[in-house]
Design a protein around this ligand. Structure first.
Ligand code: UDX
Length: 437
């Protein structure tokens, strides 16, 4: 079986490598010359555990190739996946589909035999249908189907999520498209992964609904954390106490500085717009967007308060810059408004992130000191803030951290430390949603 993957970005690259691992011949088409050169040289443009090896193995096995010749890649393909970017359009919050339509038009011109054109990028409801119309306009005689196959990959865990998903969602309306996609995902039958076949619009909406629901869970527990602080309750116990109810579930109830990343902020905003335009506005999703934006913007004030009301002239160590661990992604990271505000308020910021330093540099204000490791960042600091829960920060010995610092303020925005141990080590320890010890 042969497929083409248009777009060698995060989604295209991970999906392409994983389909190749399933035994499919995958031609990844990447238009950006520098990215393509890197991929061909075996260098990954993104940080994703296990990806480099998976790509190398499948390239060596002759199942995975990278090129810029779209026509050649799609000519013999049974399925063509569209995995190009859909950034938020400036001004209105809608997804920008210009890359998607440009890719579809080229695919339509290049196809020779019957094929299924599958959207893997997250696209607004109705895009699949518009793609079908576009293809019919460009090539009225072409025999093709359209399908929607949204991805649910988490950065840092993308390969596992692809190989052992909770479900696969496929929106398509012809038996032939169903057969092709069923064949493509056949290896997952062995582990009994449910394959959910739906109408195209439904599959498109499932992706947004899933992300918005998860974003809502995170936002809910964040609000509960604020309430816990006021009433003397512990948010972890609340999360456990509600999460053990199978109807609620324990995942995505970890409080923090607000969600970021490439998906939740973009998809909640897009769903909000989609719902408004469809005449069925979602006040819940609108609230999630507003509450999360306010949370991220307000996080720095917490740090300032923990420092006694001012950070002017103080040195603040920031551990973790990426929006979550195991990624180098800085998109919509809570660290951005936090560091910006600390610098604006006159703090000296000493930052360290295990993977995101290069990505962070152009996004953070001048004057930030980039450190070699967590202890280096802590050296001489008045306050230390954990923004991202990298495992290596969990493993730091409290006493060593404390002696490295000048001051004793520890603001743990991810609740990675044991409050009692930190207090015993001499820290003035501030967590999220837990009473001060
Ligand atoms: C998400 C979805 O999980 C994935 O299915 C989809 O395909 C893409 O978007 P990702 O953005 O990689 O994946 O990260 P995820 O692990 O879901 O975390 C999203 C954000 O929520 C992060 O900022 C994270 O720190 C935050 N989060 C998550 C919490 O604050 N608490 C939690 O309990 C879970």
């Amino acid at each position: 079986m042969r497929i083409a993957m248009i777009g060698g970005g995060y989604v295209g690259l991970v999906s392409g490598a994983c389909f190749a691992e399933f035994g499919v011949e995958v031609a990844v088409v990447e238009a950006d010359a520098a990215k393509l050169a890197a991929l061909r040289a075996g260098r990954m443009p993104i940080y994703e555990p296990g990806l480099e090896q998976l790509v190398a193995d499948n390239v060596a096995a002759g199942r995975l190739s990278f090129g810029d010749d779209l026509a050649a890649a799609v000519a013999e393909a049974e399925a063509v996946f569209i995995a190009v970017g859909t950034p938020t359009r400036r001004g209105d919050g809608h997804a920008d589909l210009s890359y998607v339509y440009a890719a579809v038009e080229q695919v339509a011109r290049a196809l020779r035999g019957p094929a299924v054109i599958v959207t893997k990028s997250t696209v607004p409801v109705g895009t699949g249908r518009r793609i079908a119309e576009l293809v019919r306009q460009v090539r009225p005689e072409l025999d093709f189907d359209v399908a929607s196959n949204p991805e649910f990959l988490r950065e840092g865990n993308a390969i596992g999520d692809f190989m052992r998903p909770d479900r696969v969602v496929i929106g398509c309306e012809s038996p032939r498209a169903q057969e092709v996609l069923r064949r493509l995902y056949r290896p997952l039958n062995l582990i009994e992964v449910p394959i959910v076949f739906t109408a195209i619009e439904t599959a498109e909406l499932i992706k947004y609904a899933a992300n918005a629901f998860l974003a809502m869970k995170v936002t809910f527990i964040n609000e509960m954390a604020d309430l816990c602080e006021r009433v003397g309750a512990d948010v972890h116990d609340v999360a456990r106490g509600i999460g053990l109810d199978g109807r609620i579930g324990r995942k995505f109830l970890h409080p923090g500085p607000g969600f970021g990343g490439s998906c939740f902020p973009k998809d909640t905003l897009a769903l909000m717009r989609i719902a408004q335009e469809a005449g069925a506005p979602s006040r819940l999703v609108e609230a999630v967007v507003a509450v999360n934006d306010a949370r991220k913007a307000g996080m720095a004030a917490r740090i300032v308060a923990a420092c006694g009301g001012s950070v002017r002239g103080r040195t603040v160590a920031v551990l973790g810059l990426t929006f979550k661990p195991e990624t180098d992604d800085m998109r919509d990271s809570p660290a951005l408004p936090i560091v910006a505000r600390l610098v604006e308020d006159g703090a000296q910021v000493r930052a360290f992130d295990p993977a995101g330093m290069e990505q962070a540099r152009p996004l953070l204000p001048h004057g930030v000191t980039y450190c070699h490791d967590a202890l280096d960042a802590a050296a001489g600091a008045d306050a230390l803030v954990v923004v991202t829960e990298w495992n290596e920060f969990r493993a730091l010995a409290p006493a060593r951290l404390r002696t490295a610092m000048r001051g004793s303020v520890l603001v743990d925005l991810r609740n990675v430390y044991d409050p009692v141990a930190m207090t015993q080590a001499g820290f003035s320890y501030h967590a999220i949603g837990r009473a001060r010890t």
